[in-house]
Structures are given as C-alpha cells and as structure tokens.
Unconditional design. Structure first.
Length: 532
C-alpha cells in the first residue's frame, strides 16, 4: 500500500509528521483497517441482495402458486421453484406477493419451497431445426427424436412490427380449396378466422391449406392448444402421409398439460413463424384452437384472484389475442418482404357467432370462414357458409384470372341459397327462377371437395369458368364430380400454356376463356355423350 502523505496545514505540523515515524505507521494501519471494514460491509450488502432474490412458496393451487418474492421480479419473468427447479412465469407482481403460473406439473411443490429469479424471459428454439419436429411450448421434443438443437432462441412474447414496417397484403396464399380461393381469398400476411360448431371440419380446412403449400416454399406451423393427444396424432399422421412434415413444425400443449403451457403455446408458435418472416420467407401458422386458449387464461386468472368480467373472463381477454394476432403481417421489401399468415380457429356453440370470444376475434382478424353444421349434415363439404364468410382483403389477394370467373359467383351463390329456401314453401316458380336454381345447385356441387385433395389455381379457374358458362347445365347432380375430374384432366393435357399463364398471375383473355369453355364441353361430351 502506498504511504499516506497528508498535506500539512503549517510548517510546524509538517515537521512534526516527518519526525514521528510511529505516527505515520499508525495512520497507515488505521486506513487499512477501515478498508477491511468496508469490504466486510459490502459483502453483507451482497448477501442481503442475494437473499432478497429468493422467495418462498406461500400457497399452491392447480397450475399456479403464490410466493412472497423474490423482490425485484419482473412481469413474465421465468422463475425456478424448489430443488427440482420447476419452471414458472411471474404473472401477478405486487409488493406483497407474486402470482406464478406453472409451466411444469405442480406435483412435488409445497409451501416453503424456494422461488429463484433467472433474469430471463421464456424462450423457444427457432430455425430449421424446429421444422419437421413435434415440440412443446418450451422447446422440448415430443416425437422421441432427441433434443431440438438450435443456434438461436427467441422470446415467446415479442412486440408486433410497427406500422411503417408493414406492406400491403396483395400476394395470394392458395389453400387449394375452391370455395375459399374463389369466394373468400386469403393473402400472405392476412389473419383469417376459421369458426364453427364442433365437428364441422374447421381443422380439416386449415390442414388442407397446409398441404397445399408443398411446392410454394411456405413454412407451416401447426399449434394445438388444449387438444386431445389422439386428435393431434391424426393431424400429424395426415401431414406425414402427404409429405407435409418436411416443411411443418407442430407445437403441442394438450388438454393434459398444465394451463400455463396452453397459455404460452400460441406465442411460442408465433415466434417460430416470426423468425421465418425475418429471414425474408413466408410462414403459415394455424392456432387450433383459441377458444381453449381463452379458457386456460380464464382458469389461471381466476385461480390468481383476478376480478372476473363478462362470462367470468378477465378484463384483458381481448388483449390476450390481439397482441398475438397483431404479430401476423407482411414486411416491407427493404426488411426482406417476409410474411406471417395466421389461421386462428375457434369453436362456437349452437351457431352463436355473437358470443364473447367469437366477436372479439372477428373484430381482430381480417375476415372469417364460417362452417355451418347444417351444411355439414347435408354432406356439403367443406361446409363453408358463403353468406356468413368474408375476406376483408378481398380480390386484392386473388390471381387476376379468378376475378373473371369468381366476380359474380359469390353474389349469385348467395342469391341461390335464398331462392332455394323460398322454393321449399311449394310456390310456383317461373322459368328464370328455375334456371337460377339449377345453376346454383351445380355451383354448390362443383364447390364440394374431398379432404386432403387440394386443387391448383389454374384447375380451379377452369372448372369454375366451365360451370359459369353452362357446360354442366345438362348433367345430373350426381355426375358433376365425375365431369369435374374429366375437365381438369383435359385442360392439363390440351391447354398447358393457359394453365401456366394463370399460375403466373396473368389475366384470362377472351380467347383463353373461350378455349377453356370449348375443351370443358368436349370433356363432358366424351364421357356422357351429351352436355356442354
């Protein structure tokens, strides 16, 4: 230690200090002792701070716990509970207590267990390593293929892109379903709600949209929230049989998982999709379904003592889904031009689309595809109710050829449904009304489509143009499906250039439209000997 040389106030004091070496040594020892005391005091402060970073469990409930700390914890911070280091999220933070949502099972946690801060938020592995895998919201594998090794992880909760970072939605995302692509088009970066009662084919519509992305380069994410494991297993089986798992990641929080995992699952899926968007690629994420997600959030909120609102949901239930779906968008070209298209699914009761959660999500999304149980029981599949379905983006996301054949199709189909209901009363109908009903029944028949059989945009345009031009007017309804197959095969064989121009987003000229009509008529006559 360097010697301390005090500055003398006067000459006498300076001389006395120089002469007395013992006093100089005593002063040096006093300073060294003071520094020792200071070091010990700092150690006690650090020990106190460390102690305050550890809380204790006060109360244990189903899926949530309450603790008296740790102090300084932040909202949605990842915490470790007990010796087994069970994970939880700081949900309700106050000066007296911390409400924690468990991400692991509650078994083994008791009052008095320690609660430690990690200083981190919940993150999920992203990138190519997640594609083709089945994982839980924490990034743990569920397919028995070993851990998901990723060089990058992203927080499950992230802010949505700013307004100036977004680009208009004008690039189509083809679902392969005629009724959707022609009448309720979906664009890349759009949020299109799929809703309907139980067992009406909601998941089937979303699954067909995933299957149709096989040659498009779109990365797909299927998020199952509160679903039965057997139901998700069937979805994965269909994806594997069609080769769609090569570009699809499955995030699963089943009904057997804690409600905390069901709460974070959609946000984890959206983070994986956002990583794809940040790389300049397109992603499609399916949330199946957000009704169970809202119920899990209500359960957690009630257990933590939050005040209930309408239908016992907490007051921020709208914010729960808006902050999720607002992350879906299309970025500007200077940011890579990537996009995230969201297809959230919700379940209605007794066709009540004006219930609390459905109305919330209808106001958040850019349109909805409504599946009717009445149409489902009649065998009209997919059971899309065109009158109650809408796309607020509209024809901007359609290929130009669709606008020629589907421009008046939606209005004509809706008018047909009203006329059909009116005709059931046995009223005498004039010839024009009868002709409209006959054409409408053929349009409805042509819009039917089996599951897991997506159709290309060019073939859809050809078939819809054929029915609009009356090529199928003379056929019985039972022969429409057979005639459709024949038309698609003949168009692919005889008019490949027109098919390519349609796929290349070129307009359908009068000459091309007439060529399609003639070939469709020839295909019908070859099979049935009449028609066209």
């Amino acid at each position: 230690m360097p010697q301390f040389k005090p500055r003398p106030k006067n000459c006498k004091q300076g001389a006395r200090l120089v002469a007395n070496s013992k006093e100089r040594l005593h002063l040096r020892d006093a300073i060294a002792q003071s520094l020792t005391y200071l070091d010990r005091a700092l150690e006690r402060v650090e020990m106190d701070a460390t102690y305050r970073e550890v809380g204790r469990v006060v109360k244990v409930s189903a899926g949530v716990i309450t603790s008296d700390g740790p102090s300084g914890v932040k909202s949605m911070e990842l915490l470790e509970i007990g010796r087994e280091r069970r994970r939880g999220l700081a949900f309700d933070v106050s000066s007296a207590k911390v409400g924690i949502v468990l991400l692991d099972e509650v078994e083994g946690i008791a009052a008095g267990d320690s609660v430690r801060r990690t200083g981190e938020v919940l993150q999920v592995p992203v990138g190519e390593s997640a594609v083709g895998r089945i994982i839980d919201p924490l990034g743990l594998p569920l397919d028995g293929k070993g851990p998901v090794r990723s060089a990058q992880r992203l927080p499950v909760e992230r802010p949505a892109p700013a307004i100036l970072e977004r680009a208009p939605v004008d690039v189509p995302l083809q679902t392969g379903l005629k009724v959707v692509d022609a009448l309720i088009p979906v664009g890349r970066g759009q949020r299109e709600l799929i809703l309907g009662d139980r067992q009406t084919g909601k998941t089937a519509v979303a699954l067909d949209a995933i299957l149709n992305q096989k040659e498009t380069g779109v990365v797909c994410i299927y998020c199952g929230v509160g679903k039965r494991v057997s139901a998700v297993a069937r979805v994965v089986r269909d994806l594997e049989r069609s080769g769609a798992m090569e570009y699809t990641a499955v995030i699963l929080a089943s009904e057997e998982d804690p409600p905390g995992r069901q709460f974070v699952a959609p946000y984890a899926a959206m983070s994986i999709a956002e990583y794809t968007m940040s790389r300049g690629k397109d992603a499609l994420v399916v949330f199946d379904d957000l009704t169970r997600h809202a119920r899990a959030y209500r359960e957690l909120s009630l257990l933590l003592g939050r005040p209930p609102g309408r239908e016992a949901y907490p007051g921020d239930i709208f914010y729960l889904h808006s902050r999720l779906l607002e992350r879906s968008t299309r970025l500007r070209d200077k940011l890579g031009g990537g996009s995230v298209t969201a297809l959230p699914i919700i379940e209605t009761e007794e066709q009540n689309i004006s219930a609390y959660i459905p109305t919330n999500l209808i106001s958040i999304t850019d349109g909805q595809i409504y599946l009717s149980p009445d149409l489902f029981r009649k065998g009209i599949l997919p059971a899309v109710d065109v009158g109650r379905s809408v796309s607020r983006v509209g024809g901007k996301t359609q290929l130009p050829a669709y606008r020629r054949v589907a421009g008046d199709l939606r209005l004509a189909y809706s008018q047909f449904e009203e006329l059909e209901a009116f005709s059931r009363f046995g009223t005498r109908l004039d010839e024009d009304t009868r002709r409209t009903l006959d054409r409408g029944r053929r349009v409805r028949e042509i819009l039917k489509q089996p599951r897991r059989q997506p159709i290309t945009a060019a073939e859809q345009v050809a078939v819809l143009h054929a029915v609009n031009e009356g090529a199928l007017d003379d056929l019985p309804l039972d022969d429409i499906a057979k005639a459709e197959t024949a038309i698609r095969e003949r168009i692919r064989k005889e008019l490949p250039e027109i098919m390519q121009s349609i796929e290349a987003a070129e307009k359908l000229s009068d000459e091309d439209a007439e060529a399609i009509r003639k070939e469709a008529a020839k295909a019908v006559k070859e099979i049935f000997g009449y028609g066209g």
